[in-house]
Ligand binder design. Structure first.
Ligand SMILES: Cc1ncc(COP(=O)(O)O)c(C=O)c1O
Length: 412
């Protein structure tokens, strides 16, 4: 089998790309996968080689980490090894980025993105629908470092320009919001951000680059919690932060300064997940839609918040900009007491209750966005539940939920 030519590589469709991205069997004694490299120390053969890798003259010319014009070279464990480099290269290709860094969690991927761009005295705009720990970071660490946050309505689009200030350095979007599922107009946000010299960041975990190519749509720095769909098996923690040409050097320098590198075992598992990510995402989409339609027909349900359903806020934008939907969505129930919700959820046999998603198994959590929203009002008619739909038979999931709804009714 011959090596892929650059010409062929450029033309590959995403499914084929996932099979080849970051793999170099001819450099691994012919073995199909890059093994787990563990290690801190990397030995140099000569004084000249040691001093050439000591820092001076290092240039980040994209992913993988290279010295200008040289083949990949390893210096120290925090800066990368062949396992890490394989995933960085694959993600960079898949995302259409200039480079990617890997962090020990999705939250760390968000941290490194912010710290690569903001400085004391800056103002940033963050969507009101953002993942809660991102908000905690803005209100804690970033505030302490002298960065002021304003939250914006995720429906704003180009009107966000009214919130821009001369010192606004970042617009941070999450589309859809991972509890309330508003889709944002990313190209419009990109236009405003760039006209003001600001950086557009996007938490793209729900769609992944397969359903939303972030950099092609104008995003400068994209974040993926690899813990979710990339891993796909609820057995690893990982973050990926990719950047375009403009922001890549700053991102890589900041990552190197912190030394928050991902563990090789988790990276290896993520590489394994990568090969089947499109198959799993497409199945998650099918399963999620089947369940969303089932919820729509239930009398206990007031609203289904799923971007692929026309009634979901931002559906038209989803249709315009996305090529698919994943298996995470929310449902607003008709009014019910806390006790009735507990009776429904406590007795479920096929849905775990846990704060994650993207694995092979189904999950549910109740949530209330009212307590932390500040730019918009979250006023559902009843309690809200977020569902992660796994790969079980949907008929079994529906049977389990139907029994749950019976418990809800009897406890009401
Ligand atoms: C939208 C979103 N972004 C980022 C993260 C953080 O990922 P991790 O759990 O790997 O820190 C999560 C985790 O739930 C998430 O839902």
């Amino acid at each position: 089998m011959s090596k892929l030519s650059d010409e062929t590589k450029k033309k590959l469709r995403s499914r084929t790309k996932l099979i080849y991205a970051g793999r170099q069997p001819h450099e691994q004694f012919g073995f199909v996968n890059t093994p787990i490299y563990r290690g801190s120390t990397v030995l140099a053969a000569t004084v000249a080689e040691l001093s050439s890798s000591a820092g001076a003259g290092l240039q980040f010319t994209g992913s993988p980490y290279r010295r200008d014009g040289q083949p990949p070279r390893y210096i120290y464990g925090t800066k990368g090894n062949p396992t890490v480099e394989a995933l960085q290269t694959a993600w960079t290709d898949l995302s259409g980025a200039a480079g990617t860094v890997l962090t020990p969690s999705g939250l760390a991927a968000i941290t490194v993105a912010f710290l690569a761009v903001v400085k004391a005295g800056d103002h940033i705009l963050v969507t009101d629908s953002v993942y809660r720990p991102t908000r905690v970071m803005c209100e804690g660490v970033l505030k302490r470092l002298g960065v002021e946050t304003t939250y914006y309505d995720p429906a704003l689009g180009a009107d966000i320009k009214s919130l821009m200030r001369p010192n606004t350095s970042v617009i941070f979007a999450e589309s859809p919001g991972s509890q309330t599922f508003e889709i944002q107009d990313i190209p419009a946000l990109a236009e405003v951000a760039h006209a003001h010299g600001a950086c557009l960041m996007l938490d793209n975990t729900w769609a992944t680059p397969l359903f939303f190519p972030p950099h092609e749509r104008g995003v400068d720095i994209a974040i993926e919690a690899g813990t979710k769909y990339l891993g796909g098996h609820s057995d690893l923690l990982l973050g990926l932060t990719s950047a375009n040409e403009k922001y890549w050097k700053r991102l890589r320098d900041t990552f190197d300064a912190f030394g928050i590198c991902a563990g090789s075992e988790d990276v290896f598992l993520a590489l394994r997940g990568l090969r089947t990510m499109e198959l799993r995402l497409k199945e998650a989409e099918k399963q999620g839609l089947a369940m969303a339609q089932w919820f729509k027909a239930r009398a206990e349900v007031a609203q289904v918040l799923h971007p692929a359903l026309p009634e979901c806020p931002g559906h038209a934008l989803w249709k315009r900009d996305f090529t698919g939907s994943s298996g995470l969505f929310s449902v607003v129930l008709n009014p019910a007491s806390e006790g009735a919700i507990a009776a429904m959820l406590d007795g479920l046999e096929l849905f775990g209750m846990g704060y994650s998603w993207g694995g092979f198994e189904s999950l549910v959590i109740p949530f209330d966005a009212k307590s932390y929203r500040s730019a918009t009002v979250w006023k559902p008619v009843g309690p809200a539940l977020r569902f992660q739909i796994g790969f079980e038979d949907v008929l079994d999931l529906q049977d389990d939920l139907a029994r749950g709804f019976e418990r809800l009714r009897s406890a009401s």
